[in-house]
Design a protein around this ligand. Structure first.
Ligand code: ATP
Ligand code: MG
Length: 365
């Protein structure tokens, strides 16, 4: 079965970050968003991301409205296969956000997330390699929540029970009491959601690693070996038994010391941690390969062509690598792509050198 096409035709923003009101029309293939620092390139890409996933890549809903305002609104005309769809988001402070699809209210966020797959690559993403494990878990979760609404539901449930269990451990400690039966109720819920999430992440990583390696070699010409491992307390342990054996430790620490909330992805180059020895360009190549692998797996899972948002990615990459990435994204393996850059000459050069036909330049000022 062919992959279902997906692209955004038109986007109308009201009060979205720096945009008080603005309308954009896009090419179904390459879109170049060009302008000086601070003109709103990243904000526009973020609004596209929002249209797909009903959340900003960077900020909570509260921080999205144009300064001092209490609302924002996004209206998108989407083409999905043979359908044209109208998607609207209305946010009013202190009220529940409203999403509607073809003027019909979407009751459950879980039924919306995953419909419009999207991958965003920003300069801040180097934190995926350099930063804390939480950022890598967010990367996995952002992918898997688009994969499966069941995953999203289990993740919400796990986080809720984890917060409750930690609060209980704290209160036991403060009141110098202990109730094994009560703790056990939380343990069972944690085990149920935790095992589901662990299995999903483990299966995902098995698919992810070879696709990552394929892209890494394709862009990097395969001169360095990068090893990626999924680390989890649950890999060699039954979670229920683990919670029992660490009960004393948890009581002293007043929090849950083992579980999937501490999972990580470990990168190594020549048996050293990648962040210690890789150059900035190498880190960026690893990052791009991860995101392209995320793209490919989302495409296969959803059978829909995801959007690709590239925010200022050409910085720090040599021209050989830029050309490779460019050739890749303009091929049929990719659909609608948004690329932001400050340098119009560089973009025009890229378009010419790569003989791009289907594109639109969107200048911002
Ligand atoms: N909620 C908001 N309300 C109003 N303005 C905002 C809001 N959030 C961000 N901004 C402003 O939007 C402006 C544009 O930001 P953006 O990050 O999109 O610029 P950019 O074109 O990507 O710049 P650069 O080339 O430096 O990456 C900034 O001046 C920022 O302060
Ligand atoms: Mg920017």
């Amino acid at each position: 079965m062919p992959i279902c096409s997906f692209y955004i035709q038109q986007l109308k923003l009201s009060n979205y970050k720096s945009y008080s009101f603005k309308e954009f029309n896009f090419s179904e293939k390459l879109n170049f968003i060009v302008g000086n620092n601070g003109v709103g390139k990243t904000n526009l890409l973020d609004a596209v991301y929002y249209s797909c996933l009903s959340k900003s890549y960077f900020s909570s809903d509260l921080m999205v409205p144009n300064f001092q305002d209490a609302f924002f609104r996004i209206e998108t005309n989407v083409s999905l296969g043979v359908d044209n769809q109208l998607v609207e988001f209305k946010y009013l402070k202190q009220e529940k956000k409203e999403i509607s699809l073809n003027k019909v209210k979407v009751e459950k966020l879980t039924s919306f997330v995953g419909k419009y797959p999207c991958v965003f690559i920003t300069p801040d993403d180097n934190q995926l390699i350099l930063g804390a494990s939480e950022i890598r878990r967010k990367f996995i979760d952002a992918t898997l929540c688009q994969f499966s609404s069941d995953y999203l539901l289990h993740l919400v449930s796990y986080n809720k029970v984890l917060t409750q269990r930690n609060a209980l451990l704290k209160s036991f400690y403060e009141k110098r009491t202990f109730d094994n039966a009560l703790l056990d109720v939380y343990n069972q819920q944690l085990v149920q959601a935790g095992n589901f999430i662990h299995q999903f992440r483990k299966d995902f990583m098995l698919q992810f690693v070879p696709v990552f390696e394929k892209y890494y070699r394709q862009i990097f010409d395969g001169d360095e070996q990068i090893d990626i491992h999924y680390h989890s307390d649950l890999l060699d342990n039954d979670y229920a038994t683990l919670l029992e054996t660490t009960q004393e430790q948890d009581r002293v620490a007043q929090r849950t010391t083992k579980g999937i909330h501490l999972d990580d992805i470990v990168f190594e180059m020549k048996n050293f941690p990648l962040k210690k020895i890789a150059s900035q360009g190498q880190q960026k190549t690893v990052l791009l390969s991860m995101k392209l692998a995320q793209f490919e797996l989302l495409k296969i899972e959803k059978q829909v062509m995801p959007l690709l948002l590239l925010d200022d990615i050409f910085d720090k990459l040599d021209s050989g690598r830029i050309t490779k990435i460019f050739q890749l994204i303009k091929s049929e393996s990719f659909g609608q792509v948004f690329i932001s850059d400050t340098d119009i000459d560089k973009i025009e050069q890229l378009i010419e050198n790569n003989n791009c036909k289907q594109y639109k330049i969107i200048p911002l000022d």
